[in-house]
Design a protein around this ligand. Sequence first.
Ligand code: CO
Length: 472
Amino acid sequence: MTDTISPQTDVRLGFTSLEEETAVDRLPVTGEVPVWLTGALVRVTPALLEVGGRRLAHWFDGVAMLNRFGFADGRVSYKNRFLDGLAHRDAKAGQWRHAGFATDPCRSIFKRVQQIFSPDFTDNPNVNLARVGERYIAMTETPLPVEFDPETLDTIGHFEFADSVKSHVTTAHPHHDRERDELISYVAHFSRTSEYVVYGLPAGSSTRRVIARMPVREPAYMHAFGMSGRHLILAEYPLRVNPLKLAFSGKAFIENYVWRPELGTKLQVFDRETGAHRGTYATDAFFCFHHVNAFERETGELVIDLVAYDDPSVIDALYLDEHGPRGPLGRTELRRYTIDLDAGSVSSEALPGGHDVELPRIDYGRRNTRDYEFAYFAGWGGGQWIDRLVKLNVRDGARSEWSAADCYPGEPIFVREPGNDAEDGGVILSVVLDAAARRSFLLVLEAGSFEELARAEAPHHIPFGFHGQYFR
Ligand code: CO
């Protein structure tokens, strides 16, 4: 923490466990919540950061809680519940038995090998949520999604796949294929001959349709991937794991991945329709969690926008001590890669105004896979933590910001206003920690002007989280 931030108003409350589960019919609202908002924002947060009296090693290991803000007639309700999976039951009993991201149980090498090559993962789905047809799932990077009820927040159980696709890791950032009504995602299977498998999961089904397979000797850590109209893009950053070493290493999961910048980044492009591997496009080493968008130009080039880091030191920065993350967050750049698929060339540029931003969102329903104008982010300045929301016009670099004293916002989620055809015709929802008031609030911004419309005060602080979704 820097000396200029007072202990009463700094970010550490956002890294303090929340154990209370509650429900409030009507939150105090200042300003006006648009009456056309008639759904729910559901977010997942790592809410429990100590287990058995021990601080978890890394923010990404916090035990998953759902937070729901419901909207009707300008009123806002609130509810929060832990996801009742194995990780949560163990945590309540003071145990941490399953390997997480960077927090390991104490156990023998033999048990460790068993765990990595048999399906005994953590099911702590603290990263993101998705809807598959009429089912709602919470996800992390082990392939054990947990189904929940978006109204009551009851945990329904593991979402069991009915197929034989083998996997050890996956992404919590699936895409949605509008035409097929499929969730598109990928898994990596670790073995003597490891592979990536890209699949589609049709709405209403639990059987995955394999779109593409690709053998890989040392899989890359990929938190998300890109989808354009015609292609799927796995960006293999040079943060690589040797699966056999992983099995015998005794280190926590992510610590087995080695940064090897000499390998550069390989953009693996697959045809969405046929699954054919279109090509491997090599570029400089960088690291990334989040793709922003991807689309084809009329001239045929493939454009991939993502939030780039020079290296993966942000993972180290998010290890926890008793106060919060080790920090600092470092620098990011909204970067555009343009691939000439036939010539095999890749060029890149920093998009103006896209510095020190993360947790990108767009009008996904209408703009993903298409050329677009607006992206929304959580961002930071010189301080230790995210302290502003950013709207960026990716075409001309025009940047708007929202910030307030002692306030630390999370991911900005765009919700389109029905019947409004403007790309930014809607609102931005974000859960903000008000460190001075010692609680969080739901912020509603008008997406067009980026001006504040309303706040709804939560009854407690909500620990910082990653992602959420608005369900109509
Ligand atoms: Co993410």
